[in-house]
Design a protein around this ligand. Structure first.
Ligand code: FAD
Length: 463
């Protein structure tokens, strides 16, 4: 069989474009097919525009700190449209950056929709066929819909719709309190929108450690964000006032909340329909995800699946890592077989920030695994107090016998950056005392990490 290209990649999100660039860097002839903008959800309608808006929201919220210094600021010229425009600038700049990187690495980019029509073949919308020795599927995900809450992107929004708003609603109900729901609660509250967060499970950010989430929840409460947990949204009705949402708590008690708009952020669905999986005999699981084995290989030799269409955490850095693993394997240079879930950091960008990896305290207890726990409060770190952000903690969980770091959870300023020292410690198989003994610059927030490590086998100094 003759091939047009060595590697054909379907979808140019953080999974696909990283796989393509890495494959090309290995000297493989590579083609990537993308029906929309390169960069995928992450760069265009996800991670990047949301972080651009969060930055503006935090600047806006920070006006209060300036006012405390006696500075008076006239906010009458404020327009949320400018916030929106800044977020689009950031997204466009980065999408163009990826276009440049693909070109620089000599990856051929095809702007079209593709679908599998054979084990080595993808057919484009005009019928043109591309033949590749290897195929990498990286078609990503879309907002999950729930019955009775049809997204119209007017009053009932998805994460995409809320990123495209150019004016602020007066009030917003957010259904689902995963990272996306939490980030929009933070953004909208910072801009003065009345926010109600509704979560079906017992705590907001249900997969995160209880103790860290409690600090975030308290902070959100102090900011006036209404959080309703253990409660389901049953139905909605659109009225002249906006959306009337019927809620039901765990005891069956029903209440109605009326808001101008609502955001449905109850998870994401993989884009695995209409990509021709049936043509080659790949069967998605019940949730629509593609089962993969080592090196992200599907059930068909030579076809790989990465990123949000597989059952690993739906995160950009996981998609990218899987892209690298696949490209290295195809090039015969791979030594990692799959993403190590214990080494995947999770980050939620709000105030205070939350970041973690590994197991939670609850999980360790459920697994009956003997562990040691150390918690160091931010207020014990001079820097946290100096910058007026003493709210937070660093929590480390380690194996009682071996000292292996089993999980780390940070809530507080810069948590999403600080987590990496702890992650490196786990990856390098360091023990808590290795970090505890290392000199950390003073004053830094990283001292809270050092102190938490001291707390595993000894005592922190500053608490
Ligand atoms: P995607 O980014 O979804 O890209 C898939 C690409 O494939 C798309 O460009 C699509 O157009 C294309 N495609 C699909 N089907 C076809 C076809 N048939 N033919 C051609 N092209 C096709 N993750 C983080 O790690 N950190 C964050 O802070 C973060 N924030 C987020 C905020 C929001 C609001 C959202 C919605 C998501 C966020 N995520 C974040 C998640 C992150 O965006 C995804 O995990 C990541 O984009 C997945 O990458 P991917 O390559 O698997 O797929």
């Amino acid at each position: 069989m003759t091939y047009d290209t060595d590697v054909l990649v379907l979808g140019a999100g953080p999974g696909g474009y990283v796989a393509a660039i890495r494959a090309a860097q290995h000297g493989l002839k590579t083609t990537i097919i993308e029906k929309d903008k390169v960069g995928g959800v992450c760069l265009n309608i996800g991670c990047i525009p949301s972080k651009a808006i969060i930055h503006q929201a935090e600047l806006f919220h920070g006006i209060k700190d300036l006012e405390n210094l006696g500075v008076s600021i006239d906010k009458s010229g404020f327009s949320y449209k400018k916030v929106y425009e800044k977020s689009r600038e950031a997204a466009d700049q980065l999408s163009k950056g990826v276009q440049f990187l693909l070109k620089k690495n000599k990856v051929a980019v095809v702007s079209d929709t593709g679908r599998l029509t054979g084990e080595h073949e993808i057919t484009l919308s005009d019928g043109k066929k591309l033949i590749g020795k290897y195929i990498v599927l990286a078609t990503g995900s879309r907002p999950r819909a729930i019955p009775g809450f049809d997204i119209d992107e007017k009053n009932i929004l998805s994460s995409t719709g809320i990123l495209m708003l150019q004016t602020l609603p007066k009030s917003l109900l957010i259904l689902g309190s995963g990272a996306i729901g939490i980030e929009f609660a933070h953004i909208m509250n910072a801009f003065g929108v009345e926010v109600t967060l509704v979560e079906m499970l017992d705590q907001i950010l249900p997969i995160e450690d209880e103790e860290t989430v409690a600090i975030l929840a308290k902070s959100f409460q102090n900011r006036g964000i209404q959080m309703i947990t253990a409660t389901k949204a049953i139905s909605q009705k659109q009225t002249q006032q906006g959306v009337e949402v019927l809620l039901e708590d765990a005891k069956g008690k029903r209440t109605t909340v009326t808001v101008e708009k609502m955001l449905v952020s109850v998870g994401r669905a993989p884009n695995t329909e209409n990509i021709g999986l049936e043509k080659v005999g790949i069967k998605p699981d019940k949730g629509g995800y593609i089962p993969v084995g080592d090196y992200n290989q599907t059930s068909v030799a030579g076809i790989f699946a990465i990123g949000d269409i597989t059952r690993t955490p739906l995160l950009a850095h996981v998609a990218s890592k899987e892209g690298e693993i696949v490209a290295d394997f195809i090039a015969g240079k791979g030594n990692e077989t799959s993403v190590d879930i214990m080494l995947v950091p999770g980050a939620t960008y709000c105030e205070p920030q939350l970041a973690s990896f590994g197991l939670t305290e609850k999980k360790l207890k459920e697994n009956a695994r003997p562990f040691k726990k150390s918690v160091f409060p931010y207020r014990g770190a001079g820097k946290a107090v100096a910058i007026g952000q003493p709210e937070g903690l660093v929590k480390v969980l380690s194996d009682e016998v071996t000292g292996e770091i089993l999980g780390a959870h940070i809530v507080g300023a810069n948590a999403t950056e600080l987590i990496h020292e702890l992650l490196l410690a786990r990856k390098a198989e360091l023990l808590p005392e290795d970090i505890a003994d290392m000199i950390h610059a003073h004053p830094t927030l990283s001292e809270a990490v050092m102190e938490a490590m001291r707390g595993i086998d000894g005592s922190p100094i500053h608490v």
